[in-house]
Design a protein around this ligand. Structure first.
Ligand SMILES: *Cc1c(COP(=O)(O)O)cnc(C)c1O
Length: 449
């Protein structure tokens, strides 16, 4: 089941009636439909063969709002984090630290020590990090599962900034470069506590073929190591995330099941039963189940097109604004009562945001029903990486993010926040009053102020 246009429009109509979306007090808001998320998560939890032990982690960077991560953990997902901040979010859900995976190409000694102390699993990015882990392991008794992240160097996808398996990727041990592969294998032979391997070939724009190839090479490398040591030393394979999301329609393709079938066919060692399989999906867990809605403040004509200015710009759609060709978004036009505008009467529009730079345009030269002042624009597929990763240009307020069930019952996932530069030292208290961000109250201000 996907979240469909009519569901979005019904949710917006309810949100308007309940004052969550209001031309004066809340001109922009974001929504995540939990019924739809749950269907997707259930599909994932049943997609892989039942004889294989699996741990599906949610990549916290895709939406690090603590209440969101907590809901996903309750649905049965583990977590993948890449900083102390994300680790704090994951821990705040009450998850067993052993079900957290720590990635990041720039882990500090302090981060490594606390991950080891907590028993968080670490994907070691490079040989220097490995040296640090060895030193720390002499001082800290740890239950952490440990192994290397590898870069199979199988080529980039269609968005080169999102590919992590190109020849020059900054992530992991580049397997085809110099003597890296032999050194890596030797490290496993010399250190029996290295018991997992990780690879994440990229996010969005990667073909399923490259993802499957990455998993295949990973399982072959693990098998080679295990054969050389004569036992199953490497018992866990973390194949990363990166399942691409369809931003072009309401259809959810490819599905987790499609991916699992391809893995079974082309990377059969992965599902041999010898390995526990971990995944780290982010975008595909949430993107299609969330959307942004904003009132149109003004419209005007310029050159050959109509310009609609809403409150959704770079602060909530950073990637789309800076790389419009790589990250196009769809736009739906509703009248002020949340009824769809006549699709027959279209015109060419630029859909612009509130930021003070001319590139702050979410959609260029897009055919849309004629937009009028006071209309509501909907930006589907923005449940991951959009309003949850705000950009603080112009000190714009951060919109509220709301969870929805039954298309009409709302919970506050993140309360709307005023201009972050106005936050006083008592800011954490204000967050607490919202009741949604308590676990973060201790770690955010120090980082931000
Ligand atoms: C970003 C990232 C993910 C999640 O990628 P998605 O495209 O959101 O599925 C998983 N693993 C690692 C290491 C990442 O950096």
């Amino acid at each position: 089941m996907s979240l469909l246009a009519r569901d979005r429009h019904r949710i917006i109509s309810e949100a308007r009636d309940q004052g969550l979306l209001d031309p004066d007090t809340a001109p922009i808001a974001a929504f995540i439909d939990w019924d739809s998320v749950r269907t997707g998560v259930d599909e994932l939890l049943h997609a892989f063969p039942t004889h294989v032990p699996v741990s599906h982690c949610f990549a916290v960077k895709a939406n690090s709002i603590p209440t969101v991560v907590s809901a996903l953990v309750q649905m049965g997902l583990a977590t993948e984090v890449a900083s102390d901040g994300e680790l704090a979010v994951a821990l705040s859900t009450g998850i067993d630290p052993g079900r957290i995976v720590f990635d990041s190409p720039a882990k500090t000694r302090r981060e490594l020590a606390s991950a080891l102390q907590l028993g968080v699993s670490i994907n070691i990015d490079n040989f220097q990090e490995f040296d640090r882990i060895r030193e720390l392991k002499d001082q800290i008794e740890s239950t952490s599962q440990l192994g290397f992240r590898v870069n199979p160097q199988i080529g980039a996808g269609s968005i080169k900034e999102m590919s992590t398996a190109s020849d020059y990727s900054k992530f992991g041990v580049a397997l085809k470069t110099g003597t890296n592969r032999q050194e890596l294998i030797q490290a496993y032979l010399d250190h029996p506590w290295l018991n997992q391997l990780h690879c994440h070939v990229g996010s969005q724009g990667m073909s399923l073929d490259s993802m499957v190839t990455g998993a295949k090479l990973l399982s072959e490398l693990a098998t080679e190591i295990n054969e050389r040591v004569g036992r199953t030393q490497v018992h866990t394979l973390d194949i990363g995330g990166g399942l691409p999301v369809n931003f072009g329609s309401d259809e959810r393709t490819p599905t987790f099941t499609d991916y699992a079938h391809l893995l079974a066919e082309h990377a059969p060692l992965l599902f041999s039963g010898e390995f526990t399989v971990k995944t780290e999906f982010g975008r595909s867990i949430l993107a299609k189940h969330g959307f942004i809605a904003s009132f149109v403040e003004y419209t005007k004509n310029a050159g050959d097109r109509r310009i609609a200015i809403s409150h959704a710009g770079a602060q909530v759609a950073t990637r789309t604004i800076f790389m419009p060709a790589a990250w196009p978004l769809r736009v739906e036009v509703l009248d002020p009562t949340a009824a769809p505008r006549d699709p027959e009467r279209t015109q060419q529009h630029d859909v612009a945001g509130p930021c003070c730079f001319s590139g702050d345009v979410v959609a260029h030269r897009i055919q849309l029903p004629r937009v009028e002042q006071g209309d509501i624009l909907v930006f589907p597929d923005t449940g991951a990486y959009y309003p949850s990763n705000p950009f603080s240009y112009n000190s714009l307020a951060q919109p509220g993010v709301y969870g929805v069930t039954g298309h009409e019952t709302f919970t506050v996932l993140r309360a709307p926040r005023e201009d972050p530069s106005l936050f006083s030292p008592d800011w954490p208290l204000r967050l607490d009053q919202g009741g949604t961000n308590q676990p973060m109250a201790h770690s955010w201000p120090a980082a931000l102020l």
